[in-house]
Design a protein around this ligand. Structure first.
Ligand SMILES: [Fe+2]
Ligand SMILES: [Fe+2]
Length: 369
């Protein structure tokens, strides 16, 4: 069910049309009204999926606009959550012009758009388009962020940068604008949907180099970004491993963690006895959340489904739960030993504040402890 959210003016002639959904992934669509001396041009940016079209139409009519009067549609890329409503706008206005890259067009034309509906961004050598109202719009290609032919739209007059999926977040926003709390959802979204860190850095460099600087970043998902948070998030995203390289390192590290976690379990078994470890593992397996994180076979971990480091920490916390002090110490020592042997990041909750790296080395060199 959609929330009853109406259009919000972002700047003179720029409106957020919603559409905030009661789903994990919020959809944003925008309307830009360019007013000239004797002419008005209406452009919808990233028109969204059919499920929001009725609400979109209501919000347009609240602004005394109608899908019939939408002259242009700008598409960042072809994904269904971005582009599908283009075909509905075309039903209302058969002459609507869809502005996108050729790579995007090759896919969106299957929505039933004709070549006469297409304005090819690649034909604008200066990457600037001049509207009959006198306004200039700029096209900023962001290859592989996340689609090969993705292009951002920069409205020079309002200084709003429409970034598509870039800066999008998996989040339920309390407000229209992001706060630092939104970083978690933005990070997850980019880790999942941006395929390559270098491509992401290239896109962020383009934003850093924009002149004038954007005042608002308007993504297609989640909260909008303005003020100091723009630079803060650019910096955070710049260093974020995403996509393939992230997946590759997780897969590589996973085998490593699986071996280490099994070694820890074996160590604890030797010191605390079979019964203790059997009971602890049974408890973990019957816990609703752990079967989703660890796959066990014959009391050995054979797969880890989430971030291996965090999952391992959760497993160790679970093993320690309700254990007597003596067993807790056995678990702690097994973990420290494995941490040194496998060069794993240490788990702070298991290490006393006064434990030093040299103490850990002593543990490594001892056969028993
Ligand atoms: Fe997308
Ligand atoms: Fe999207």
């Amino acid at each position: 069910m959609l929330k009853e959210i109406n259009a919000v003016q972002l700047a003179d002639g720029v409106y957020w049309l919603g559409i905030l959904q009661d789903k994990r992934l919020e959809i944003n669509t925008y309307l830009r009204i360019f007013k000239g001396k004797d002419k008005t041009v209406n452009m919808v940016i990233d028109p969204g999926p059919p499920v929001v079209f009725d609400k979109l139409r209501d919000n347009l009519s609240a602004l005394r606009k109608d899908p019939k009067n939408v002259h242009f549609i700008f598409l960042n890329h072809q994904d269904p959550d971005v582009s599908t409503n283009s075909m509905y706008f075309k039903k209302y206005n058969p002459n609507v012009k869809v502005i996108c890259s050729e790579d995007t067009w090759r896919l969106v034309n299957f929505l039933g758009l004709n070549v006469t509906n297409f304005i090819d961004i690649d034909k604008f050598k200066s990457l600037r388009g001049r509207l009959s109202t006198g306004h200039t719009i700029r096209f900023i290609p962001t290859p592989f962020c996340h689609f090969r032919g993705a292009v951002m739209l920069f409205d020079e007059e309002s200084r709003i940068l429409f970034t598509g999926d870039l800066f999008g977040g998996i989040t339920h926003s309390d407000g229209l604008y992001a706060t630092s709390v939104n970083w978690h959802g933005i990070r997850t979204f980019h880790q999942l949907y941006m395929p390559d860190q270098e491509a992401l850095q290239n896109a962020l460099d383009q934003i850093k180099n924009l002149d004038p600087k954007p005042e608002i970043i308007a993504p297609q998902h989640g909260a909008l970004i303005k003020g100091d948070l723009i630079d803060e998030l650019i910096e955070k995203l710049y260093d974020l491993p995403v996509g393939w390289s992230l997946l590759k390192s997780l897969v590589k590290n996973k085998d490593f963690y699986i071996e280490a976690v099994n070694e820890i379990i074996d160590d604890i078994r030797k010191r605390a006895g079979d019964d203790m470890i059997e009971m602890a593992l049974r408890k973990i397996e019957s816990d609703g959340s752990f079967p989703n994180i660890f796959e066990f076979k014959n009391d050995k971990v054979i797969d880890i489904k989430l971030d291996p480091g965090k999952s391992m920490k959760m497993l160790i916390d679970a093993l320690q739960e309700d254990q007597p002090k003596e067993t807790m110490e056995i678990i702690r020592n097994a973990v420290l030993k494995a941490a040194v042997e496998w060069n794993l990041p240490l788990f702070e909750s298991l290490i006393n504040e006064n434990t030093t790296p040299s103490e850990l080395l002593v543990i490594e060199n001892e056969d028993s402890y």
